[in-house]
Design a protein around this ligand. Sequence first.
Ligand code: SME
Length: 158
Amino acid sequence: MSFDKSLAYQEAQRAIDSVLEGETDRVLKMVTINALLKEHLPYYFWVGFYCVRQGALQIGPYQGTLGCLHIPFSKGVCGRAARTETTQIVEDVHRDPEHIACDSRSVSEIVVPVYNNDNQLIAVFDVDSTTEASFDQVDQEYLESILKNHFQTQVLTM
Ligand code: SME
C-alpha cells in the first residue's frame, strides 16, 4: 500500500493538538511539533525552526544533523521565506542559487513563515528531505494550518 501523506498529517495533527492542549510556551510547542511531525512523516530528514532575532534568523529547536546557527534574511531559502513572508517549496536545492547547504544530503525542502497573535513574523519552519520534490501543496496546507493553530491563533481559555 502506498504512503498516504494526508492521513499521516492528520494523525500528526491530532497528536500535536492533544499534547499541546493548553500549552502556552513557544519552545515547548516547537519541540513537540518537530518530534511528532518527524515521527509521522518518514521523508523528513531535518525539521526545525529558525527564530527571528534582531532582524536575522537564528537556529531554534530542531531535529536532525547540525543546522547553520545564523541565517540573514538576505540568504538561504529560509531567508527568502522570511523576507517575502511566503512559503517556499524547493524541488532540488542544488538548482536554487540562494540555498545554504548545512548538510549536503538535503535535496528538497519546504520553508513556512510562522507568525504570532499580532501577525508578526516570529520564525520560519524548515523541513528538508534527502529525495527530490518531496514537498507539495499537501505539505504546505497542513503545515500552514498546524503552525497557524499553535502560534497565531489566540488560545481561548474558559
Ligand atoms: N535550508 C536552509 C538552510 C538551513 S538547513 O537546511 C538546516 C536554507 O537554504 O535556507
